[in-house]
Design a binder for this molecule. Structure first.
Ligand code: UN1
Length: 511
């Protein structure tokens, strides 16, 4: 495992850093084992409440220094992070694959996603524009400007252990904010590797501690503190709907800001006009990529009855050809789930599907034997269900794909697409213009992402990423998402000789 050495990682490490400085190595440790082979390859010291306070203190010191650096100069630091990441892409991608179990291709793709957002942020750092408007008063100017916000806490999930941090931290950085990153305890080693990559850039540029901090620890020690801490101006939270609900309430209590990126229950509509040459690979990648553990994973197929049997046959053949095993080996399409608890959730869902009247068409079992010793490998699964089954309405973070039949026009398919609580991603496969435009219209998909003739996952960084309803409404990454990381200010300047009031109000005083 020379990728660990190449990333300057050791077996026992602290999980708390203010930048280049690592705080106490922690008495309490997280034993990190790989779902690939079950090997305990790292032990990470957990942050205490005191460590957390030190981090916040350092971030408060760093904020006025960082915000005073012109945004394009902050962009230059981000550019250097992107350059350094290119050097470490193979090693970091390999670590991601080993720590989370996602195929190496996807691990490398994830590092590329951070490189892409770095490049994007270099340009964006020169484009933190405010709008200039017109005043209703003579000799007055009305405009908007955006100012740095302060401390941004970024709480990420195991499934994208660096990309989601990248979307948030690189944007926050060019906006003049300082970041505190709490990664998932299920993927802490990747976060430490990333922190070390960033630290070298900070060091080379003589930047102070506290601009990019890392804190690895328990939800009830560190997580809760972040949520209720008024010194944290924005909490960007990625995780399940249930955890997001708690986070939103806690931050809301103190009227803090949140960006929520919660669960999805993403469907692909396959109409009578779908081109199956495109549809089948998109569906399979969407359903089994990251072993079904993306928030954008394809979970439901809404198939027109006239194509149902054909689609089913294609999928049965495709699923039979999938290779499951060590994700570091290029030949394998799918690796393990993140841990045994995820396997239990998969098993429970399989049982529930049949209990609620569904039929397992393919898979449904845990894989045993050589190469599967971590007990985290499962078969990708196809199940025939109806959209109203309760099991279909919840997000099971596993490679289970539901096949649902619809009849009639595309409106019926859209109604099924929208008939879940979550609203992250959606897609339609159709070559019929009217169907496509209906799907994209106001009466179409109600999700934050609506794709045409591509799958539900694998979004590019240039668009705003996020979803509606129980997905939480937040937007991250590209487009104008940067605005959420800044303090918006409306300015009115009077350059005249009198003081006219808006709305024509007259107010005169005599002196
Ligand atoms: C997530 O699963 O939280 O669109 C993010 C995608 C990836 C990001 C997924 N670019 O599938």
């Amino acid at each position: 495992m020379n990728f660990l050495g190449a990333l300057y990682l050791e077996k026992n490490m602290s999980g708390t850093s203010t930048g280049t400085v690592w705080l106490n190595k922690g008495n309490k440790k997280i034993a990190v084992s790989s779902p690939v082979d079950g090997d305990n390859f790292a032990n990470i010291g957990k942050a205490s409440a005191t460590d957390y306070d030190q981090l916040i203190h350092q971030a408060q010191q760093a904020f006025p220094i960082w915000r005073a650096i012109p945004a394009p100069r902050r962009g230059e630091i981000v550019r250097q992070i992107g350059l350094r990441l290119r050097d470490f892409k193979l090693h970091l991608g390999t670590l991601i694959s080993y720590e989370t179990g996602k195929p190496l291709q996807e691990g490398l793709g994830e590092v590329q996603e951070v490189i892409d957002i770095c490049d994007y942020c270099v340009g964006q750092s020169r484009m933190l524009y405010g709008m200039t408007s017109v005043s209703e008063r003579p000799d007055h100017r009305l405009f908007e400007q955006y100012q740095p916000l302060g401390i941004v806490a970024i709480i990420t999930a195991f499934n994208f252990p660096v990309a989601v941090w990248g979307w948030n931290a690189m944007i926050a950085a060019i906006c003049g904010d300082v970041c505190i990153w709490k990664p998932s305890s299920k993927a802490p080693v990747t976060a430490i590797a990333m922190q070390k990559i960033v630290a070298r850039v900070l060091e080379q540029n003589n930047l102070p501690e506290g601009i990019f901090s890392l804190v690895i620890g328990d939800r009830n020690v560190v997580g809760e503190k972040i949520l209720s801490d008024r010194r944290v101006h924005l909490v960007s939270f990625t995780g399940s709907v249930a955890a997001g609900r708690i986070a939103a309430a806690k931050v809301g209590e103190r009227l803090g800001r949140t960006i929520l990126e919660l669960g999805g229950n993403n469907a692909i509509i396959i109409t009578e006009f779908a081109d199956l040459k495109l549809t089948v690979p998109a569906v399979v990648f969407g359903a089994v990529g990251t072993a079904g553990q993306r928030c954008t994973t394809t979970r439901r197929l809404i198939i027109h009855e006239s194509r149902y049997e054909e689609v089913k046959d294609h999928l049965l053949r495709a699923y039979a050809s999938l290779k499951i095993g060590n994700p570091l080996l290029e030949a394998n399409h799918m690796g393990p789930l993140i841990d045994r608890n995820a396997v239990k959730a998969y098993q429970k869902a399989i049982k529930t599907i049949t209990r609620q009247g569904g039929t397992i068409l393919f898979g449904g079992n845990i894989l045993k034997g050589e190469g599967f010793s971590s007990q985290c490998y499962v078969e990708p699964t196809l199940a025939e269900v109806e959209n109203h089954f309760p099991v279909v309405k919840v997000e099971t973070f596993a490679p289970i794909l539901y096949l649902i039949k619809y009849s009639g026009n595309v409106e019926n398919a859209i109604a099924l697409n929208n008939d879940v609580d979550q609203g992250l991603s959606s897609a339609i496969f159709s070559t019929n213009h009217n169907q496509v435009e209906t799907f994209l219209s106001a009466r179409g998909s109600d999700c934050g992402i609506a794709n045409v003739n591509i799958g539900t996952s694998g979004a590019e960084i240039g668009g705003a990423f996020g979803g509606e309803k129980d997905t939480g409404g937040g937007r991250e990454s590209g487009s104008d998402s940067w605005k959420s990381y800044m303090r918006r200010q409306t300015v009115t300047v009077n350059y005249g000789e009198s003081l006219p009031l808006a709305q024509g109000i007259r107010f005169e005083i005599e002196e």
